[in-house]
Write a protein that binds this ligand. Structure first.
Ligand SMILES: [Zn+2]
Length: 431
């Protein structure tokens, strides 16, 4: 087997909205900063099913936000999932907030829960432009610390040390926050404070935390979020964080707006400049991952349950061309939903070979799902090209057996093809 085109093939998840065991009450379909309202055992039930599916698809990296909560088993439960993942070839990466998103221990009476720290020591909170503490406006999970405060910084370093010793994760994913940077005097002196996220904070705060991880686990996969995309200017003059953070640490870029600028708001002001992705403009970081939000409802992209295989087929060759080493989408929806199932299979096939043809993807797995390889290849090509041969929906519906999951899948797909044909007709009429 040749090496896959993308070394990191990643699912991104929040614990509260990862729903793979559909018998569990308390499920959410979205949100962040949320409570976990499923029974304690659901965490393992949902995530072991998800990991099984990732292994089947050949995906190898799973980011979990809310990985450590008292209410779903804390260190013991996460340890079980990490082991389960390693056996299946999937590295589980707990999401770690740096001064935000709960810190290391998302929810509970734990020494390294940021929510608890700021509840007990509100003077360590970040402040907004008017000097008001960022304590979450009624949702303490949204509270933010100022990490240029020595005490909060020392606590953060110790929390990483604890994570590496007590949990031993094979991967860690960092975020420095996108819902309120600190505007205290020291933070203002460190760089601009008027955007939703701070590149200066990445440059200053992440290198020592990475060093702490490497001291314990040289082979740990370390990644971090750059919420939005990159620009030509960044390529030509790499920003401070791209130079300060070691080359083997993966920068996960939010590239959905670069790929589909129509998803972006008219004014991207607070998020920084937006440029469409082009083959000659590369990310300024040595190790880069592309985060795709299609079919997730995030970042103005299509809602959960949307079939997005067309975008995947069109976008992956460009992602490969500009040099991404990783691709990431969300894995919260169960593959029992036909859109989720097809999205996952096509994402996985392209993560292995970005230039895979519809015929190759059909032969890899999608032909098996739909029952006929040739028909599957025609369906994939129709979504890629946004052109539906007039007989195709009928052919797909006619291929449905009399009952069972494949019938559900094919009848749903025939309907999706009709909708695509209708959209194409309307688009042609407007031209
Ligand atoms: Zn500050």
């Amino acid at each position: 087997m040749p090496e896959p085109d993308f070394a990191y093939r990643t699912f991104y998840t929040w614990d509260h909205s990862t729903n793979w065991d559909l018998t569990q009450p308390g499920a959410r379909r979205g949100g962040c900063h949320e409570p976990y309202e499923k029974p304690p055992g659901a965490f393992i039930e949902d995530y072991t099913r998800l990991i099984d599916h990732m292994a089947e698809l050949g995906l190898n990296h799973l980011i979990i936000w809310g990985a450590l909560r008292d209410c779903h088993g804390g260190v013991e439960a996460l340890g079980r999932l990490i082991e389960y993942g390693l056996d299946a070839g999937v590295r589980v990466a707990p999401g770690v907030g740096v001064g935000c998103y709960g810190g290391v221990y998302y929810d509970g009476e734990h020494e390294f829960s940021l929510v608890r720290l700021l509840r007990d020591r509100p003077e360590l909170a970040a402040v907004d432009a008017d000097g008001r503490p960022r304590l979450g406006d009624g949702n303490p999970r949204r509270s933010v610390a100022c990490l240029r405060n020595e005490e909060a910084w020392d606590w953060t370093l110790r929390s990483i040390r604890w994570l590496m010793e007590a949990v031993e994760p094979p991967a860690v994913h960092f975020e420095t926050g996108d819902y309120g940077v600190c505007s205290c005097e020291r933070c203002r002196a460190a760089g601009r404070r008027d955007l939703r996220a701070s590149d200066d904070d990445l440059a200053e705060l992440l290198p020592p935390l990475v060093e702490e991880i490497r001291r314990h686990a040289p082979d740990c996969w370390v990644s971090y979020n750059h919420y939005t995309g990159y620009t030509r200017e960044m390529m030509e003059q790499p920003p401070a964080f791209a130079r300060a953070i070691p080359d083997d640490v993966i920068c996960k870029w939010g590239v959905s707006w670069m790929l589909e600028p129509e998803c972006a708001p008219e004014d991207t002001g607070p998020w920084g400049p937006l440029e469409p992705m082009r083959p000659d403009v590369r990310p300024p970081t040595r190790s880069s991952m592309a985060h795709l939000h299609f079919a997730t409802g995030w970042w103005g992209c299509s809602p959960r349950g949307t079939l997005e295989i067309g975008r995947f087929l069109r976008d992956f060759p460009l992602l490969r061309e500009v040099g991404f080493e990783g691709v990431c989408t969300h894995g919260e929806e169960s593959a029992l939903d036909p859109a989720g199932e097809l999205n996952y299979h096509v994402f996985a096939a392209l993560a292995e070979n970005a230039a895979a043809t519809p015929e190759q993807i059909a032969a890899r797995s999608v032909g098996g799902l739909l029952g006929e390889e040739e028909l599957a290849a025609q369906v994939l090509a129709a979504f890629r090209d946004e052109r539906v041969p007039s007989a195709l929906p009928v052919r797909v519906a006619a291929a449905a057996p009399r009952c069972g999951q494949r019938r559900v899948r094919l009848l749903w797909l025939a309907f999706e093809l009709q909708r695509l044909a209708e959209r194409s007709r309307q688009a042609a009429a407007q031209r």
